[in-house]
Design a protein around this ligand. Sequence first.
Ligand code: SAM
Ligand code: GLN
Length: 273
Amino acid sequence: MRDRFRAAELETPDLDARLLAQAAFGFDAMALVRRERDIAPEPGATDLERFALRRLAGEPVSRIVGHKEFWGLDLTLNDATLVPRPETEMLVAEALHFLEGKRAPRIVDLGTGSGAIAISIVTGLPKAKAIATDVSDEALAMARQNAERHAVADRIEFRKGAWWQAVPHTELFDVIVSNPPYIATEVIDTLMPEVKMFDPKLALDGGWDGLEAYRAIAAQAARRLNPGGLALFEIGSNQGGAVSRMFGRAGFGRVEVLKDLQGLDRVVLASHS
Ligand code: SAM
Ligand code: GLN
């Protein structure tokens, strides 16, 4: 590569630079190594320069390249979708563990964004069907496209609407799952530029105390869950107490808080018993 594009000179971590270079030149990781000493071809060289400037301004690599790996699946992103986070894979792992051996489970993913959670769960369970909801048409379009790419579009129904309003009243679920917006409105401005400037506000803003989405979801979750089912929610690390009390009051007999790999409260599990 031309000297000015050597990874170390981009002032971003080496991995970021490599991923941006791969996207700019249309190379996979191996091709990038193999062609390290080549003269950088156009238009890739110009693209890489633009990508590097965007990264230096705080834009996450996954936004720049327009996709992100989640649960081993490559997901395409647009402006309306949150970049799926590795900690959210905990919801997928817990759901798959719970559903193991169930014949034809029904799942609902509230606020699906890129489709990350619903697509990952359904991909792991050949007989499972899901409803995935969002209020954003753009997010739903992206999620649907991701489902098509991963060959599960025939088993996920995408529906537009606010929380339970998008879900038929008559239907009960074996798993209810959601990573709703949970940042308190006034805290959003204090987040890293990667998040506050580039993730959609609709995906982050949990209202004045960060708990508005859980209130709306808790209002109907217990009666939408099959008697032997499981509800799982991602939460902010300081919300374990408040969210578990809320679901306890909402009619769930058993509520548990799980910690993520960093030892922080991250998931609330709720079931009827
Ligand atoms: N599930 C995805 C993930 O884990 O990567 C996206 C999670 S993002 C934190 C929250 C999602 O909820 C966004 O896609 C947002 O558009 C959606 N959302 C916001 N308000 C909503 C509402 N009232 N009803 C349904 N979805 C909503
Ligand atoms: N986990 C995201 C963050 O802190 C927030 C996503 C959400 O509100 N669910 O950046």
